[in-house]
Design a protein. Sequence first.
Length: 369
Amino acid sequence: MIRPIPYTPDVERIDQDEADVNAELADTFRQIIETTYRDLGHGFRGVHAKSHALLQARVRVLEGLPPHYAQGVFAEPKSYDALIRISTGAGDILPDSVSLIRGFAIKLVGVEGERLAGSEGDSTQDFLFANGVAFPTPGPKKFLPNLKLLAKTTDKVEGLKKAVSAVFRTAEKGVEALGVEALGGESALLEQLGGHRHTHPLGESFFTQAPIRYGDYIAKLGVVPLSENFKALEGQEIDIAGRDDALREEIASLLAAQGGEWEIRVQLARDLAANPIEDASVAWPEEDNPYVAVAVISIAPQPSWTWDRARVLDDQTAFNPWHGIKAHRPLGAVMRARKVAYAASSELRGRLNGCPFHEPSNAQLPDAE
């Protein structure tokens, strides 16, 4: 068995122009937020503006984890209350016929440990996931042109976006049919630009894409359907026709009656050549280094999206991988860029909406059963 690589600060390499690139990213996020504010009179997130599910959850760390996996918030077999937000990647509020990548954000409440700078005094831990094993680009420098493209198209021209999305979905299906090994059977860029199929979010698997510190080690995390009702939705396409909020409606119809479970899995870095820290576009090989289950996320039956919940989780709560403990410090250029951009985005949104953000002390949401 290949042993995991110990974490040391020198695993990161910072480019000379990184500060300038990150400042430009933050400015582009500002442009997106200000555009939607002019259009809609509300400060939405610069990315993942539209939520589909806003959930209370319970996260149970598994018993008997090997020492390499019993790290950070997963060090002991305990349970946490949690908040979850499932979303779509655009920076404006679009009908679901414009199909983009999906996001899954989780905030653990009642976390102990030495805090990351900027989150002192809090007791939360955020993990952010997207439904792809790797980030669309190696780092922020190559992601910046994509974000600028999104900024230029952040407006109310929905008809054009629907047409473009349909074209990219057709192209994406062609890539999947070819099974191109270099693309992993799918194209991250096509999905980012609107080519994601209309699959059910509860059947998706989500990944941190970029690495984080995992206690004494380095890892990427994944969230995978565990309950049979979620597993049954894998790859299932939703009829979107005439339904601007179809994803929200489909999630609500299931969670109102059934609830469900996901599994949190961890893939430890074991070779910095095969498991690079700075290039987030590289999917770490799983053949001899699989994702290993460390915890279970349980969702009780509940109303999965309401306006009252949106006021709490969309308008008053930020999800940021830099909200947490040092044992889960985000790593690599993509994560460092998020530190700058997300902080600036939250400050602007709080100012526009007249509601500064704060970290919750509990996971209680309105309309709880």
